[in-house]
Design a protein around this ligand. Structure first.
Ligand code: GDP
Length: 364
């Protein structure tokens, strides 16, 4: 299963605008085979200038960047946890994604109705949080009911689980999210199984008017502050600009960005931040045939990273020959890397790093 980010937020905050810009921009950019898995699922290229720089050195026949998946989760409204709107169905969709991108409306526009009257980022964030917390409390209560019986009979594992569930319940009842509740290594499997909505990594997007992209505005300041308190990121973008860029050719898009005093689309920042949020890193395979980026989770051993390319390489793994992307750019060629003794040989257990250029030796 692909790792993915779900786009959430109140109605009319710009979710679809940003989702469509994400997917359309990808369809427009070069020849990347954009695919729509379902109408609300899009696979987008992860902008990474390292692919371009590596291609300048290797001049490959093919260049293949990494990609990631976004899901547009519409329909979250106040009362969703009680079945309002399409409530439970949408909360179910949120359960299936690995991380959340919460879009917050930071633009005034009398033409576009705000579901709660006026723009108020703090209240909007709280409405969504409350729905997610209520749904989580529901899951926790159901589980507690099952576990408490066994805990009473003295089953050690159930006692431990009940303690964790009670701790979570207390925190969530105070309006905290599961993300803020520390847990031990022993408790990690239960946390994973619970898959609480407020336990998923989250980042915020402040959707601001065109003129406010560079400096933000009073609304986005609130969102930045919320993100800071939660120890996460807030990306400031203008859905309107993004949707306009998305339909331009890359050349026209570049001119348009320059006129606005910007160096890259906000979506590029959003995609990269989401990729980081998911704990993903990129390693490269390089050569005259292809320069390709591969996505792995941080902390993946070389033998498993090899399996991403082909199960045979994992099965017959001998060693990984690795040099750093930065060293290659600094020295200019793979030959120079060798001469400087910067080509390393690593075994199965080596944890592949972001920016490693890898050649796997294997034998099957
Ligand atoms: P969703 O319900 O969150 O998916 O919101 P939509 O993306 O459908 O946007 C709702 C309305 O707001 C649409 O008419 C958009 O054109 C408009 N909209 C989205 N982003 C912006 C923006 O940055 N500025 C302004 N003024 N309107 C926007």
């Amino acid at each position: 299963m692909a790792v993915n980010c779900g786009i959430i937020g109140l109605p009319n905050v710009g979710k679809s605008t940003i989702f469509n810009a994400l997917t359309r921009a990808n369809a427009a950019v070069a020849n990347y085979p954009f695919c729509t898995v379902e109408p609300n699922v899009g696979i987008v290229e992860v902008p990474d200038e390292r692919i371009t720089r590596l291609s300048e050195i290797y001049r490959p026949k093919k260049r293949t960047p990494t990609n990631m998946e976004f899901v547009d989760i519409a329909g979250l409204v106040e009362g969703a946890s009680k079945g309002e709107g399409l409530g439970n169905q949408f909360l179910g969709h949120i359960r299936e994604v690995d991380a959340l991108v919460h879009i917050v409306r930071c633009f005034d526009d009398p033409e576009i109705v705000h579901v709660n009257g006026a723009v108020n980022p703090k209240r909007d964030v709280e409405i969504i949080d409350t729905e997610l917390i209520l749904k989580d409390l529901d899951s926790i209560d159901k589980r507690l009911l099952r576990v408490e019986k066994k805990a009473k009979s003295g089953d050690k594992e159930s006692v431990r689980e009940a303690t964790l569930l009670t701790r979570l319940k207390e925190a969530l009842s105070e309006g905290k999210s599961a993300r803020q509740v520390p847990f031990s290594e022993e408790e990690a499997p239960v946390m994973k199984e619970l898959a609480l909505l407020t336990g998923k990594p989250i980042l915020y997007v402040a959707n601001v008017p065109e003129g406010d992209v560079e400096k933000g505005n009073a609304y986005s300041d609130r969102v930045v502050e919320i993100a800071r308190q939660e120890g996460t990121e807030c990306i400031i973008i203008s859905g309107k600009i993004e949707s306009e860029i998305a339909v331009l050719s890359p050349e026209e898009g570049a001119v348009f960005l320059k006129e606005l005093g910007l160096t890259e689309p906000g979506l590029a920042r959003l995609i990269r931040a989401s990729y980081r949020l998911l704990g993903l890193i990129t390693f490269f395979t390089v050569g005259e045939d292809e320069v390709k980026g591969w996505t792995i989770s941080k902390g993946t051993p070389a033998v498993q990273a090899a399996g991403k390319i082909h199960s045979d390489i994992e099965r017959g793994f001998i060693r990984a020959e690795i040099f750093r992307y930065d060293d290659l750019i600094r020295l200019g060629s793979a030959q120079a890397i060798k001469e400087k003794g910067l080509l390393r040989l690593e075994g199965k257990e080596y944890l592949v790093q972001d920016g490693d250029c890898v050649y796997f030796r294997f034998n099957v």
